[in-house]
Design a protein around this ligand. Structure first.
Ligand SMILES: [Zn+2]
Length: 107
């Protein structure tokens, strides 16, 4: 079986009651919607994988860093070879390479 490929990728702007998202239409007819936060949290780069594996000390009170109060956005998405995309986020992070298989998994 071959991996379906995206036939269209659109960035949905946020609307009242609907946050911004990336919408991918796949060659097998499926449509998947990805929130920037989902993609960011699933970033497959070595740094993020390490961070997710590390035990985070629990803060006493939830504290929001200034940039966390701004909704995260996907600022760029470009093909890497034929089977992957690199995604750039508004927090400046862009080292994750998302393979098509991985994007399908996340959907
Ligand atoms: Zn990363």
């Amino acid at each position: 079986m071959t991996t379906p490929f995206p036939t269209s990728i659109t960035r949905r702007e946020s609307e009242p009651g609907r946050p911004a998202a990336i919408e991918i239409a796949w060659s097998d007819g499926a449509t998947a919607v990805y929130s920037p936060r989902l993609l960011r949290d699933a970033c497959p780069c070595a740094t993020c994988r390490e961070q997710r594996g590390a035990v985070q000390p629990k803060p006493l009170l939830p504290v929001l860093a200034p940039k966390e109060t701004v909704p995260l956005a996907v600022t760029g998405m470009k093909p890497v070879g034929q089977y992957a995309y690199s995604i750039e986020f508004s927090d400046g992070h862009s080292s994750g390479i998302y393979t098509l298989d991985y994007l399908r998994e996340l959907a």
